[in-house]
Write a new protein. Sequence first.
Length: 470
Amino acid sequence: MSLSYLPLWKQLTARGMTRGDLQEAIKASSATIAKLGKDEPVSMEVIERICETLNCEISDVISMHNDMGSSDSCRGSKTANCQDLIISDGEGYIDEVWEIPTKANTTYLTHGIYRYIGKFPPQVPREVLRRYAKPGMTVVDPMCGSGTTLVEASVAGCNAIGFDVNPVSLMISEVVATQYHYDKLAALASEISELMKKWTTDSIFFDPASIPAKTKVSLGKSEIYFSEEAKEKCENILAWISQIEEVPYRMFFHVALLAILRRVSSANVKKINVTVDHDKKVKDVYQEYGKQLNKMLDAEKESAGAWGDTELRVSQADARKLPLDDESVDIVIIHPPYLSNTAFSEMTMLQLAFLGIDHKQIWKKELKMRGSYLHETDGLRKYLIGWYRVLQEAFRVLKPGGICAIENGDGQIDYVRIPVGAITREYVQDIGFEIKTHAVHKMNNNTGWTLSHRMKDQHIIIMEKKNGNA
Ligand SMILES: C[S@@+](CC[C@H](N)C(=O)[O-])C[C@H]1O[C@@H](n2cnc3c(N)ncnc32)[C@H](O)[C@@H]1O
């Protein structure tokens, strides 16, 4: 059994109180409030003081969860804390507010392996699956990004299918949701670490005798971001990777290289768009690769045993036309590019270049609005039509009674707010879904977006497939 103070946080939200207000009202120490925040036991006297102050029952303060039961929202996770997602009542047609506190752990299991710009907190798909998934079900994410949904589906005991148009995203998704043999990864990591040491002491250049073939990359327009030395070093690592026989392991080490490209190039690391940062102190390829491998190995070690005995399928497809039969899946979770997003192909142009792909090729296939596309007069119309088709396709592949959950944000064009959440409500009802929950995902991070108010509300809409007209 584990303890949760979720009812207490709901009480506070309903009364417009902060944790600081509570601390003052019950005259508690900061340590006691911290314990409450971490779902740790506090004395009965503290609980009594809370009940007296808020004039409520113990059940309005504490709830107990059976850790083995399917209703535990922390199920499957070794390190996530139930307090990482606070849900309270909403207003109007928004029936819930989902808040991920700044201190929430969003990198547990393999979620922190790759810093994919635009990923959603794992708590979002986890809560959806906690409510609706049963082991053995099939969960699809048609725009899987860095595989967040796929990891959560696997630990919930569900078969996971991910699609994306971007090959970088497919590689990351495959790696984060694959169950590896840790010892095999560690042995390979130690082999490349030794080689990198040798290459560093011998010469910065590649020793052709040490591995079979050299992998030369042609980076096209992205060439300007890499020094000759950085490129050579990346090529040495790539050549070593190319001789790893088992594809999933090869992919693991390849993704580790893609993860460091921004740091080892002159591309800025603070902004989303890839532009040259002339003042940047560029990091060394071998050192960064070693660090990245350590981080990934730690995550794999921590996650060992968390995965269910489930199937994983990741492949390239357009979310508007999925290679899936009608009525074949139980749950669809969709987190599309937002209206105000830079196109994902642009954000991943360096990684795509290292795969030999010009990002413009992917750009043509994406659902997007920003980028040079923004200046097309019918950009908004194209985005909304595309989004409607994605939702229609989710309806088609879902079994009757199946659940679709989406997270999308209200965008802004030329200072005008576009209410994508409200538009999505209209769309899904038109398609034949019945809305079960419409939550606002409150953003607590201090990112440029939140601060500049370009993106204020993110909507989570959970709906059920009823017999409709799609
Ligand atoms: C917001 S991200 C998803 C992030 C994901 N939830 C995660 O946590 O990593 C949106 C993804 O949609 C993909 N995408 C854009 N247009 C697409 C399309 N037409 N079909 C499939 N995927 C698409 C992008 O490449 C990007 O990876």
